[in-house]
Design a protein around this ligand. Structure first.
Ligand code: SAH
Ligand code: SF4
Length: 419
């Protein structure tokens, strides 16, 4: 049994004040979910459960490998643990996965999962296969506090940070679904030197890249995102290179230097506008951290970690941010800050209730040409998985609507029963 006094796994009360995350949701059977724990946290959990320090250290190293490198969830299959030890663990721990509420496959191969946490919060992840790569779009929060006017996630009422386990759990679930866990040997577990060496290669695999571009603002959940990505990048963990991971931020300037130092993955910045007036409307966080301040932070980012160029995301909204003048100003700004940058032009994806429309194809092409002639690569992102509503926040909202309809039906039934 774990107790509330356990220092590595604080267990707050059952009712979370939104948006404070719950690190560990107590399970009815009293077992502790190891998903998302670091080696040190696993060691702590094993000691808490009664192992001595030395045993806890060795076992945590073995467990780490089984959990994150091999994707094993069944203690019984962890063959280098003695049988009684496997049983002892299975009585006290589990290795969980996010619960899948809905899984959909688009006719273009895009897959989308609606997931549910132990405390009943819904979030989503999307997998986008391409010819030479496969990108998993991972969520960092349930909902988002930032209320960008063009983004459906921002309209969601409920917000909570996802835990490291819920974040890394998305990647692990995708590997389960794609059958992409390496077979590997246990050699590295007994060799201290091997820890940082990625034995896992992206060659021939479907899931090669990760983008933190699902629901939520990752830099508003910094610690959990960092801890989860550390597990993803660990050579004896999921072993994905930091060059294949991109974190997208709407521009949380004060956290960007820390992101460079403590996470060190590629950075994408949701710029979306080049004037204060328009960016204030589209990305209200701009009122706090303006365009110039944001671009200065971008200029400092690669210096801090030798990252490759920064990607600017720019959603194309009709008559809002898509003029020739906007394109020229974008080029000027990127040049002014000498940014090694590329611009991703994203056709606006409309959702029920929005007043915005997507720019015409010709407008997007003209915009792209101007930026390109300014010496900056400006590809147009092809919309994927539209038939399964694979854009930001849409599946979750659809299921919320369903439950609202259900509630209405229940209310009507109740009414009928009463009278
Ligand atoms: N909060 C972070 C990451 C999640 S949003 C951020 O804002 O960067 C991921 C990307 O999806 C962002 O670039 C966002 O602007 C874009 N996006 C959100 N809603 C969209 C919509 N309706 N159509 C097209 N792109 C959208
Ligand atoms: Fe949040 Fe990003 Fe959507 Fe803005 S675009 S509301 S920051 S998820």
């Amino acid at each position: 049994m774990h107790s509330a006094a356990n220092p590595i796994m604080p267990i707050p009360g059952l009712i979370d004040p939104v948006p404070v995350p719950r690190a560990v949701t107590p399970r009815e059977d009293g077992r502790v979910d190891m998903l998302g724990l670091t080696r040190a946290q696993m060691k702590g959990a094993l000691e808490e459960a009664g192992l001595d320090q030395k045993a806890a250290k060795l076992r945590s190293k073995q467990l780490f490998h089984w959990l994150y490198h091999r994707g094993e969830t069944d203690f019984e299959k962890m063959t280098d643990l003695a049988k009684p030890m496997r049983l002892w663990m299975a009585e006290r721990f589990i290795v969980g996965r996010p619960q899948v509420v809905e899984a959909q496959v688009s006719n273009d191969g895009t897959r989308k999962w609606l997931l549910r946490s132990d405390d009943g919060q819904d979030y989503e992840m999307v997998f986008i296969p391409d010819a030479d790569r496969g990108t998993l779009c991972v969520s960092s929060q349930v909902g988002c506090t930032l209320n960008c006017s063009f983004c459906h996630t921002g309209t969601m009422r409920l917000v909570r940070n996802l835990t490291p386990g819920e974040i890394v759990g998305q990647v692990m679930l995708a590997r389960d679904a794609l059958g992409e866990w390496p077979k590997g040997s246990m050699a590295s577990v007994n060799d201290d030197e091997a820890d940082d060496e990625a034995q896992y290669t992206a060659d021939g695999r479907m899931l090669t890249n990760i983008v933190m571009m699902g629901m939520g603002e990752p830099l508003y959940n910094f610690d959990h995102v960092r801890d989860a990505l550390k597990l993803v990048m660990d050579g004896d963990g999921l072993a994905l290179s930091k060059r294949r991971i991109t974190l997208s931020t709407s521009g949380v300037v004060p956290m960007m230097a820390r992101a460079a130092e403590e996470i060190g993955v590629n950075l994408a910045v949701s710029l979306h506008a080049v004037t204060k007036e328009v960016r204030d409307e589209l990305v209200p966080l701009n009122r706090k951290y303006g365009i110039e301040e944001l671009l200065q932070a971008c200029a400092d980012y690669p210096k801090a970690n030798n990252a490759r160029r920064i990607t600017f995301e720019y959603v194309m909204i009709k008559d809002k941010n898509d003029s020739d003048a906007d394109a020229h100003e974008l080029v000027r700004l990127i040049r002014k800050y000498k940014l090694p940058a590329k611009v991703n032009l994203i056709p606006f994806n409309p959702w029920p209730g929005t007043d915005y429309e997507c720019s015409s194809q010709e407008r997007i092409r003209a915009f792209s040409t101007i930026v390109f002639e300014g010496g900056i690569s400006a590809p147009v992102r092809t919309p994927r998985g539209r038939d399964i509503m694979a854009a930001c926040g849409q599946l979750k909202s659809a299921s919320e609507k369903k439950s609202k309809a259900e509630m209405k039906r229940l209310a009507e039934e109740k009414q009928a029963a009463l009278g």
